[in-house]
Design a binder for this molecule. Structure first.
Ligand SMILES: [Zn+2]
Length: 119
């Protein structure tokens, strides 16, 4: 896995989201729609954006963006600390496949499932 490329990607994503959050805060919620990157994350956000914009719940979108932003910060910290790619709960490797789909994942699939069940 190319951690330098990943870090660059995370930093770019962080910048983009920071701007989006700022704009959402200013009431300009359309900025998320023209994201051009083709990462799975963007696709997900686009879907989320479409759903929430349909309902005109910009606050939810902003909170969502903030939550992802926090995840990115966490991933960057973990990259620097050298713990990126390991599960925060059980310490097992999260797995490249999962990280490709969810680059900000902090839990392995097992722990994530357990967490989702307990919600
Ligand atoms: Zn785990």
């Amino acid at each position: 896995m190319d951690l330098e490329a990943l870090k660059a990607q995370l930093l770019a994503e962080r910048d983009r989201l920071s701007r989006a959050v700022a704009e959402l805060g200013a009431g300009l919620s359309h900025s998320l729609e023209d994201s051009s990157e083709e990462s799975p994350y963007d696709q997900h956000l686009a879907e989320t954006a479409a759903v929430t914009l349909d309902r005109e719940i910009d606050l939810t979108l902003e909170e969502n963006a903030r939550a992802v932003l926090a995840q990115i910060e966490r991933a960057l910290e973990r990259l620097d600390a050298g713990t990126y790619g390991t599960c925060e709960k059980c310490g097992a490797p999260i797995g490249e496949e999962r990280l490709r789909v969810a680059p900000f994942a902090t839990l392995c699939v097992e722990c994530k499932r357990r967490e989702e069940r307990s919600l």
